[in-house]
Design a protein around this ligand. Structure first.
Ligand SMILES: [Zn+2]
Length: 681
C-alpha cells in the first residue's frame, strides 16, 4: 500500500504542476453543439460542405501526437477520460470505508498505474501461460491448453469462442465459434499484392521477430520463428471470410451438433476443450466460418508440434503485450499504433489505465459516472427525441411509393418492436466475484477477462436478457443490435458538444437526432433488414420489394465506391454500405422530426445562419475530424464507417432540403441531379 500511495501522490503532483486540469475536481468541459468559429466560411458550402462546416475546427484541432486521428467524438472521449480519471484517482486513494464499486475500480486502476510493479514483474506475469505451451506433448494437448490460456482474452486464441443469440430464435443463446488467429487487423493484409501490403507484411514479420527476442530467443531463432508464424497465419487468413462476406448474416449461420463439429475438425478435441473451458452442457453450436475450421483441422495435422508452440508463444505474448513491462508495451505501440496507424507518441499511462478500467469494469465505473453527468431531465429529453424520430420513421414508411402495403405492414411491426435504451442499464453488472487487488495488474486483467468469458458462455441455454448493454455508460458512441432489435444510447454520447441542452433544436436534431435516426435505420439497412421484429434472421419482404430495395442500396454502394479514402485506395462501397445507408436515412428522419416539432415556432436566424442551415451545420459538426493517412488506410480495409468528409458530403448531396437551405445550383459539386439522388428510406 505504501508504494501505491506514493504512486498516486506522484500522479496528482504531476497534474497539479502541469496545469489547471487537476483531476481532483473533475468537470466535463463545455463546448457548444454548433460553433460558428469551427466553420470556414471562405469555402462555398455548395462546393465542399464538410470543409465549410468544419474547416475552422480542423485548423484549431491538430491531431495530438499520441492519437491516430482526432474528431469531435474523440475529443469528447478524451475529455471523458480525464473526467473518469478524477473518479478513479479518488477511488484509488480513498481510505477506510469504500463501497463495493469504489473498491473494484480503485484497486483495478491502482494496479494498472503501478508501473514499477508491472515492470519489475516482467515476463513472470505470463509465465504460467508460456509454461503451459512449453508443456504440450502432442497435438491432442492443444485443445485443453487453449481452453485455459484463452481465458484472459475472452476466448480468442487461434479462434474466437463464446455464445450468440440463435439466429433462428433470438430468445435462445447457443454456443458460437468464429474465425480468428491472426495478428494483422484483417485477412486481406495477408492476401493483397500491392506494394504497401507487401511492406506491411515485412514490417509485421519484423514485429513478430522482436516479440520473440523479448521472449528470450536469439535473433536467428526469432527470425525463423517469425517466418513460421507468418506462414501459419497466411494459411488461416486465406480460409477466412472477408469483411464483406461477413456482412451477409446467412454466411455466418451454420448451426451444427457437436458430432458434426467433430467431423468438421476432428483433429481438435472439442469435448475436452468445452469441458476445460467450463461451458454448460449444450447441443448446438453455430460455426460462423466452417472453411476456417476445416483449415485449422488441416493445419493441426500438417504443422509440427514445435511450430504450434511457436505460434502460441507469439500470440500469447502479443495479446498480453499492453499489460506487460515497458519493452513489450513499446513494441506493441511501435507496430500497431505508430507504424500501422501513424501515432507519433504513446498515450500517457493514466489514459491507458482509464480505458482498461472502462473496458473491464465498465458497469462499475459507469455507476460513478452517471451519478455525476446524467440527469433525469437529460434522459427525458433524449427519449422525447427518440419518440419523434420513430414517429418520423412511421410516417416515412407510409410515404414510400416503391414499397408494397404488405412489406410496409411488416416494416411497421419491426419499428414498433424496437427497444429504446437510453443512458445506462436498469440493473448494473455485479463484479464482486472477481478478485481484484491493487498490486497485480496482469492478474486483474486475466481474472476480469475470465469473468467476462464465463458470463458470456453461461448464457448458453438461458433466456436472453433484454436489459443488457454491450458498451459502458461512459462510452461516446451508440449502437443498434439487430438480434436484440434495440438501440442503445449511453450517457457518454448525450453530452455537449454532441447533445447540447443549451442549444436550439436545429443543431441538436441535425446532430443527435441524426444519430438516433442512424441507429434506427440500421434496423432497415441492407444487413439489418434481414432480421425481423423479434431479431430472427427471417425474410419479411416480398420478392419484388426486396429487389427494389437492393437497387436502391446499390445506388449508395456505387456512390461511395467512387470516393477515394487515401492516395490510391478507394472506399469499399459494400463494406461501408450499412453505415452509409444509416447515415442517409438517419438524417432524413431527423430533418422530418425537427420540422414537425418546430412547425408552429417562428424560428429566426441565429449567428447569421437560417434554422435550416443550422440543422445542416449542426449535422456536419458532429464529425469534424482530422485523420492520418496511415489510419485512413487501415480503416479503408477494416472500418464499416466512411471517412468523416464522406459521412457528411455523401449524405447532403442526396438531400434536396440541403440544396434549398444553401441555395446551391445544378452543376455544383454538392448537387446531384434528381435522377442521380439515392433514395433508400
Ligand atoms: Zn452505424
Amino acid at each position: 500500500m505504501k508504494r501505491l500511495f506514493a504512486c498516486f501522490a506522484f500522479v496528482v503532483l504531476m497534474s497539479v504542476a502541469s496545469f489547471a486540469q487537476s483531476p481532483s475536481a473533475p468537470v466535463l468541459p463545455y463546448s457548444p453543439s454548433l460553433d460558428v468559429t469551427s466553420m470556414n466560411k471562405t469555402v462555398d458550402p455548395c462546393v465542399d460542405f464538410y470543409t465549410y462546416s468544419c474547416g475552422g475546427w480542423q485548423k484549431k484541432n491538430p491531431i495530438p501526437p499520441d492519437q491516430t486521428s482526432w474528431s469531435v467524438y474523440a475529443k469528447l472521449y478524451q475529455d471523458n477520460l480525464m473526467f473518469l480519471r478524477g473518479i478513479l484517482e479518488e477511488a484509488a486513494a480513498a481510505k477506510g470505508q469504500r463501497n463495493q464499486v469504489t473498491q473494484e475500480i480503485g484497486d483495478f486502476y491502482a494496479a494498472c498505474m503501478n508501473e514499477s510493479a508491472v515492470n519489475q514483474r516482467g515476463l513472470a506475469a505470463i509465465q504460467p501461460q508460456l509454461d503451459a505451451i512449453a508443456a504440450l506433448n502432442s497435438v491432442h494437448d492443444i485443445a485443453p491448453m487453449t481452453a485455459k490460456v484463452t481465458l484472459p482474452f475472452g476466448g480468442t486464441l487461434l479462434f474466437q469462442a463464446g455464445s450468440t443469440q440463435d439466429p433462428d430464435n433470438s430468445e435462445q443463446v447457443i454456443a458460437d465459434l468464429d474465425q480468428g488467429g491472426l495478428g494483422l487487423p484483417d485477412r486481406d493484409y495477408y492476401t493483397k499484392d500491392d506494394a504497401k501490403s507487401k511492406e506491411i507484411r515485412e514490417k509485421y514479420v519484423q514485429h513478430v521477430q522482436k516479440v520473440f527476442e523479448l521472449l528470450g530467443d536469439k535473433p536467428d531463432a526469432a527470425k525463423k520463428n517469425a517466418d513460421t508464424v507468418m506462414r501459419m497465419e497466411t494459411t488461416l487468413a486465406k480460409a477466412s471470410w472477408t469483411r464483406v462476406e461477413q456482412r451477409n448474416p446467412y454466411n455466418l449461420k451454420n448451426k451444427m451438433k457437436m458430432g458434426e463439429l467433430e467431423q468438421l475438425a476432428p483433429n481438435f478435441e472439442w469435448a475436452t476443450y468445452y469441458r476445460e473451458a467450463r461451458y454448460p452442457q449444450f447441443e448446438i453450436v453455430n460455426v460462423e466460418s466452417p472453411k476456417f475450421y476445416k483449415q485449422v483441422n488441416e493445419s493441426l495435422a500438417k504443422e509440427s508440434l514445435d511450430n504450434w508452440k511457436t505460434y502460441f508463444r507469439f500470440h500469447v505474448a502479443d495479446s498480453y503485450s499492453q499489460f506487460l513491462s515497458q519493452p513489450f508495451v513499446d513494441e506493441n505501440f511501435s507496430f500497431y499504433r505508430a507504424y500501422l496507424r501513424g501515432a507519433k507518441e504513446q498515450q500517457p499511462r493514466w489514459r491507458r489505465c482509464v480505458q482498461y478500467t472502462d473496458y473491464n469494469l465498465g458497469e462499475a465505473l459507469g455507476q460513478a459516472y452517471v451519478n455525476k453527468v446524467f440527469s433525469p431531465e437529460l434522459k427525458a429529453d433524449a427519449l422525447d427525441m427518440v419518440d419523434r424520430i420513430e414517429e418520423a420513421m412511421r410516417e416515412r414508411i407510409g410515404q414510400l411509393d416503391w414499397m408494397s402495403e404488405v412489406t410496409k405492414k411488416q416494416a411497421l411491426v419491426k419499428l414498433a418492436g424496437i427497444r429504446n435504451k437510453i443512458g445506462y442499464p436498469d440493473k448494473w453488472r455485479d463484479y464482486s466475484s472477481i478478485k481484484l487487488t491493487p498490486d497485480d495488474f496482469a492478474g486483474n486483467i486475466e481474472r476480469a477477462g475470465a469473468f467476462e468469458l464465463h458470463r458470456q458462455i453461461n448464457k448458453i441455454g438461458q433466456p436472453v436478457d433484454h436489459s443488457e448493454w454491450d458498451i459502458s455508460a461512459a462510452t461516446v458512441d451508440a449502437y443498434y443490435n439487430p438480434q436484440m432489435n434495440d438501440i442503445n444510447f449511453p450517457a457518454g454520447v448525450l453530452q455537449p458538444p454532441v447533445y447540447d441542452r443549451k442549444m436550439d433544436d436545429a443543431p441538436n436534431y441535425g446532430d443527435t437526432g441524426g444519430t438516433i435516426g442512424h441507429e434506427l435505420t440500421h434496423g432497415f439497412d441492407d444487413e439489418g433488414s434481414q432480421f425481423d421484429a423479434k431479431g430472427n434472421l427471417k425474410d419479411w419482404w416480398t420478392k419484388e420489394d426486396r429487389e427494389k430495395f437492393d437497387a436502391r442500396t446499390k445506388c449508395v454502394d456505387d456512390q461511395y465506391s467512387s470516393y477515394i479514402s487515401v492516395t490510391d485506395v478507394h472506399l469499399n462501397g459494400k463494406l461501408t454500405l450499412g453505415e452509409n445507408v444509416a447515415d442517409l436515412g438517419g438524417e432524413i428522419l431527423a430533418y422530418m422530426a425537427w420540422q414537425t416539432k418546430t412547425k408552429d415556432f417562428h424560428l429566426q436566424p441565429i449567428d447569421g445562419l437560417t434554422p435550416e442551415q443550422r440543422f445542416f451545420v449542426g449535422f456536419a459538426q458532429w464529425d469534424c475530424s482530422n485523420e492520418r493517412p496511415d489510419d485512413l488506410r487501415v480503416r479503408a480495409a477494416t472500418d464499416p464507417h466512411s471517412p468523416a468528409k464522406y459521412r457528411i458530403n455523401g449524405v447532403v448531396v442526396n438531400m434536396p432540403e440541403f440544396t434549398k437551405a444553401f441555395g446551391c445550383k445544378a452543376g455544383q459539386p454538392m448537387v446531384r441531379l434528381p435522377d442521380q439522388i439515392c433514395k433508400v428510406w
